[in-house]
Design a binder for this molecule. Structure first.
Ligand SMILES: [Zn+2]
Length: 382
């Protein structure tokens, strides 16, 4: 595969986030970049701005970020070694992750670039031990290091951490912004786009998942699970588990291919002079991304299921079908709502929430899923 030429981006192009971008741009221009930032907003809303900040701090042009050079391009794709992004592998960031990955990465010397940018995704999902371990790192920041904490709910972030961060607000994406983004991501069909925009619930992160090839097909498969369990009984549990496993495999293959392409591009650029340390860093990050993708795919499937059950509850409670997330599937919603009724819907939601938490234990995910689906089919049959 040959390396694609970087596509020039308009510097600081972040749709719908002008106020936040102004704060960051002026901090860079004045050379007053805080070593810790809290990007407060819906999940995923600060991602592009964080990558622009990494580009601005590492781009070698006269007026960084230029948006056109190789450094900017790789920062924006999340593929530059000076930029690391930490995603929780379960419901919470764990203390061993903080010590062994975050703080260790922060203390390592850079193999490329001059500023290290470390972005913590869902930073409000740290448990107490993780927060205490992180606080130590935040109190003694290595030079030329910037932490960016993505925070959806500032109340969930311990004061000791929040008070050390400069806060920037990111607006929730409007349906129009999401619609434009969905179009940019290749969702040409208006029905598909409308479903993706509603199901994204203001989050560009969720929208990206749905806009992935097959993303909406997966969503539609997930929301049909209750009807399948009802019609086909416990036998469907195994089939649905297999289908989810295939989905994980597809997603992993895509993540692996991305990782390989990234390494190939690096090798092509650097020729024989590619430092071994850099290759190792990229490989480590790719391995981590594969692990994260496995859990994230299953959790997303369960989130889709929860969204469907919630819609069923609204309909079962007399709500209008037009007002729900899955408004395009009104008949199926009414059928599930009528067949299950509020009490069984609530029990189903409890089972899904419990299974979602257990996925982070990282063992026997297939068994945990199968157990969940059997429980759901039992609830549907009783
Ligand atoms: Zn540049």
């Amino acid at each position: 595969m040959s390396a694609a030429a970087p596509v020039a981006a308009q510097p600081w192009d972040v749709p719908g986030q002008q106020l936040a971008v102004d704060v960051l741009r002026s901090a860079v221009q004045r050379g007053e970049v805080s070593h810790a930032w809290a990007f407060v907003g819906p999940p995923g809303s600060g991602r592009r701005a964080a990558r622009w900040l990494a580009a601005a701090l590492n781009c070698g042009s006269f007026q960084p970020p230029c948006g056109a050079c190789d450094v900017c391009d790789r920062c924006l794709r999340g593929a530059h070694p000076a930029l690391d992004e930490f995603v929780p592998t379960g419901s919470f960031h764990r203390v061993d992750e903080v010590r062994e990955r975050w703080l260790r990465t922060a203390s390592r010397s850079l193999v490329e670039g001059s500023w290290r940018v470390l972005r913590v995704v869902d930073a409000d999902r740290m448990n107490e031990a993780a927060a205490n371990a992180f606080l130590k790192g935040l109190e003694e920041p290595p030079p030329q290091t910037v932490w960016i904490l993505d925070v959806a709910d500032p109340d969930e972030l311990p004061d000791t951490i929040g008070s050390r961060c400069r806060s920037v607000r990111f607006a929730a994406w409007s349906p129009d912004d999401l619609d434009a983004e969905a179009l940019r991501l290749g969702l040409d069909d208006p029905t598909d786009r409308a479903l993706a925009v509603r199901a994204a619930l203001g989050s560009p992160l969720t929208l990206r998942r749905l806009a992935w090839p097959g993303g909406l097909d997966d969503l539609r498969a997930h929301r049909s699970i209750p009807a399948r369990l009802r019609r086909e009984g416990p036998g469907a549990a195994l089939l649905v588990t297999r289908a989810l496993d295939d989905e994980v495999k597809r997603r992993l293959a895509a993540v692996k291919a991305e990782g390989r392409a990234e390494l190939e591009q690096l090798a092509e650029r650097a020729g024989d002079s590619l430092p071994r340390g850099l290759v190792r860093q990229v490989e480590d990050r790719n391995t981590r991304r594969e692990r994260e993708a496995r859990v994230a795919t299953l959790q997303a499937a369960l989130d889709d299921l929860l969204g469907w059950y919630r819609d069923c509850l609204l309909v079962a409670g007399g709500g209008a079908v037009e007002a729900v997330l899955h408004a395009d599937a009104g008949d199926a919603l009414r059928a599930d709502a009528d067949a299950l009724g509020c009490a069984r819907l609530l029990r189903s939601v409890d089972h899904v929430l419990a299974a979602r938490d257990s996925l982070e234990l990282n063992v026997q995910q297939g068994l945990a899923l199968e157990a969940l689906l059997l429980e759901l089919s039992t609830v549907a049959m009783t």
